[in-house]
Design a protein around this ligand. Structure first.
Ligand code: G6P
Length: 368
């Protein structure tokens, strides 16, 4: 195992560091060197995809969160309405599906029972279906019409890291392809978007190189017991994933909210003991988000902001600011999730927990 771990103390830490290559390999396999789509495993006729009027994305846990990011990508780049649900709920909603609906089932393992059974029912209802999975020949890949593989390599750690990045990369590629088919993106725009996306691999690496900067100052907060994660728009699912990582590894109460919703109830829980992790994007909601941070600051909570380089907005408001490089706002979920994954590992280590064997959890859940 030591040889496999390549000097890392856990699979969690090792796999987190493999995120840039997991992302790159996934995205690169879905495009040519001159940035055209490669969709030979999609097995759905482009004419059929052109007719799609609704996309449904289903998954569990971290895969579900990737789907929530995917919703923004597809709605923005392809202008198709997207619904996202956890697989175990979707199945029982008596879903409305037809041949003009595309259902995307996301599962790292391709073996999560709830995602497989939900997708199987979607196939029976006549919808077009795609699996996004990391395991070639997995059950999910066999149930769906077509597959987009993530190429993250084996993921051993129960808590997912690199496959989440790879899933968002695959969803980005799907969004661009649908946008091109729908005529929302001209071919040159589609290839520019693909170039932007693959260039994110370098930024992922540059972001992970900042861990010692992030660590400075964070030590004081590792023993706190109540964390809130807030974000807006594309960064709300990132907040959800940050809270999930902390729950999975540190067993502490971590909750995620869309920042605008805090004042409708959850803000009542805030006091001096709470830490609010605020994801501040470089986007049109930047000012609104600063207003939300002021609201929580006024309640005495400690504020840990994640912001991009050069953004002075959080300087006066936050107790600590973790910086990530600037990027196209649409792809910022890829960068912002990294400090949250890293921090969740530190929290668990500070409590003496085994990062690879979180209590009560299984890597793949094959019961309902
Ligand atoms: C389990 C794991 C999670 C994972 C989820 C979905 O609950 O503990 O880390 O996100 O299953 O797994 P899948 O293989 O379907 O992506």
């Amino acid at each position: 195992q030591d040889a496999v771990l390549d000097g890392y103390a856990s699979f969690y830490e090792m796999e987190l560091q493999q995120s840039p290559s997991a992302f790159y390999d996934t995205v690169a396999a879905l495009m040519t060197t001159d940035h055209q789509a490669v969709v030979d495993q999609l097995s759905i006729d482009p004419y059929e995809l052109q007719r799609i009027r609704k996309v449904v994305i289903i998954g569990c846990g971290t895969s579900y969160h990737a789907g929530l990011v995917g919703r923004y990508l597809i709605e923005h780049l392809a202008r198709i309405p997207v619904e996202v649900d956890v697989a175990s709920e979707y199945r029982y909603r008596d879903p409305i599906l037809d041949a003009d609906t595309l259902v995307v089932g996301i599962s790292q393992s391709g073996e999560s029972l709830e995602t497989i059974t939900a997708l199987r029912e979607c196939v029976a209802s006549g919808a077009r279906t795609i699996a996004i999975t990391n395991v070639i020949g997995s059950q999910l890949s066999r149930v769906a019409d077509g597959v987009l593989y993530t190429r993250a390599g084996p993921e051993i750690s129960v808590a997912s890291t690199k496959t989440h990045l790879a899933q968002v990369g695959a969803l980005g590629m799907l969004a661009i392809y649908l946008g091109e088919l729908k005529g929302v993106l001209y071919p040159d725009e589609a290839s520019r978007r693909r170039q932007e996306l693959i260039a994110m691999a370098e930024l992922l690496r540059a972001t992970l190189d900042r861990q010692s900067q992030w660590r400075a100052g964070i030590g004081d907060y590792l023993s706190r017991e109540h964390f809130f994660f807030i974000g807006r728009n594309l960064l709300y699912p990132v907040a959800m994933e940050g809270a999930l990582k902390m729950k999975e590894l540190s067993y502490i109460a971590a909750e995620a909210y869309p920042a605008g919703e805090l004042k409708h109830g959850p803000i009542a829980m805030l006091d001096e003991q709470a830490v609010v992790v605020a994801l501040l994007g470089d986007d049109r909601l930047h000012e609104k988000m600063l207003g939300n941070i002021e609201e929580v600051r006024a309640r005495g909570a400690t504020i840990l902001a994640v912001a991009t380089d050069g953004d002075a907005g959080p300087d006066e408001l936050a107790d600590i600011v973790l910086r990530v490089p600037k990027s196209e706002a649409l792809w910022s979920p890829l960068l912002m999730v990294l400090p949250l994954q890293v921090m969740a590992g530190w929290m668990a280590q500070a409590r003496g927990y085994d990062l690879d064997k979180p209590r009560n959890l299984a890597k793949t859940v094959t019961v309902e």
